[in-house]
Design a protein around this ligand. Structure first.
Ligand code: EPU
Length: 310
């Protein structure tokens, strides 16, 4: 008897134009470079191809994990027992209109930010140095240098993976806050629209270059990491608290608290998810003892059945 996973693999291969891989290591698809395999990994060719796959995926009833740039994700070493939909390869179109920018979920946030700049549109410059996709940025309300994704977001379009129905949401319908957006469970983000202002391309570029320089000097960009590991607690900075607590440079295996910025955990090569998580626990304990602050993970942990509760 073929398993549900074999049947779904066959159905996708028969019906879709995109690529379907089996037992694909997620360490290849996350910036941390750790994590075990996904049973199935589907790379839709474009949004039409994705739409064809949705009823097949829904009917199979396996856990589903949408994946953008894999920049804010820590996959456990056991991997994921379901289907990952990798959006960064196929659903990447961007359209800059008169007063709105529309990006598909798999578009790079940095590319979107650049396209807005070149068209003389302001609002997205904060994204010029943030790795990852627009879909991922919408999910986690990514931000930097005073800007964040939901500031100028107007609408989101997605698919409910359980019913297969299309869902349209306006900004006011989705509660959001610092590094958080309360999107409905099971929603796959497909596309988002942002309101853009008018600006001079050269001035926008200058602002972006300042942000990029600042970023280069304060963050360990040459190491593999998931960006900032913890959210900043209200009124403080996780990096500052970890540094003050004396945890800079701490290591477990080949994973270390960066010497450049203490809120970055870096994989120096060959690190595992369990190394990262034991280092995270040690850092959290140390900061709790030192300042009484309970640090909350910004990076989302993925286990065999999907996202794990923090
Ligand atoms: N600091 C230290 N030691 C360190 C790191 C920082 O003392 O090792 C101090 C700095 O000197 C500064 C304060 O902590 O006084 C804040 O540091 P920084 O300016 O680097 O900003 P941050 O709060 O650590 C936030 C975002 C970054 C974003 C930058 C720039 C979070 C968790 N982090 O960092 O976002 O790039 O501001 O806007 O919100 C991310 O979310 O993945 C991320 C990297």
């Amino acid at each position: 008897m073929p398993s549900q996973r074999d049947l779904l693999a066959r159905a996708i291969r028969d019906g879709c134009r995109g690529e379907l891989r089996v037992d694909e290591s997620l360490s290849r698809h996350t910036t941390f470079g750790v994590g075990g395999p996904a049973d199935l990994f589907f790379l839709p060719a474009d949004l039409e191809d994705l739409a064809v796959s949705i009823p097949l995926i829904r009917d199979a009833g396996l856990p589903v994990l949408p994946l953008g740039g894999g920049t804010n994700m820590l996959v456990q070493d056991v991997g994921f027992r379901g289907l990952v939909i990798g959006l960064a390869g196929g659903a990447t179109q961007i359209e800059i209109r008169e007063d709105e920018g529309v990006a598909q979920a798999g578009a790079s946030l940095q590319v979107f930010s650049r396209r807005c700049q070149r068209a003389g549109k302001t609002g997205m410059e904060f994204g010029c140095g943030i790795p990852g996709t627009v879909g991922g940025a919408v999910c986690g309300n990514a931000g930097a240098w005073g800007g964040e994704t939901w500031n100028d977001l107007v609408w989101v379009r997605g698919t409910d993976l359980r019913s297969g129905e299309e869902v349209g949401l306006k900004k006011a319908e989705v509660p959001h806050s610092y590094r958080h957006a309360e999107l409905p469970d099971g929603l796959l983000i497909v596309e988002a629209g942002f309101s853009l202002g008018e600006g001079d391309p050269a001035e926008i570029l200058e602002r972006m270059n300042r942000m990029l320089t600042e970023r280069k000097t304060s963050q360990p960009l040459s190491n593999r990491s998931s960006g900032c590991m913890f959210k900043n607690p209200p009124g403080s900075s996780a990096g500052l608290l970890i540094d003050r607590a004396g945890a800079k440079g701490w290591s477990v295996g080949n994973v270390s608290v960066s010497e450049v910025h203490a809120n970055f955990v870096v994989n120096r090569g060959g690190g595992s998810a369990s190394d990262v998580l034991s280092l995270v626990d040690r850092v959290r304990d140390r900061v709790r003892q030192d300042s009484g602050v309970e640090l909350e993970l910004e990076v989302r942990v993925v286990g065999e059945q999907g996202f794990e509760e923090p």
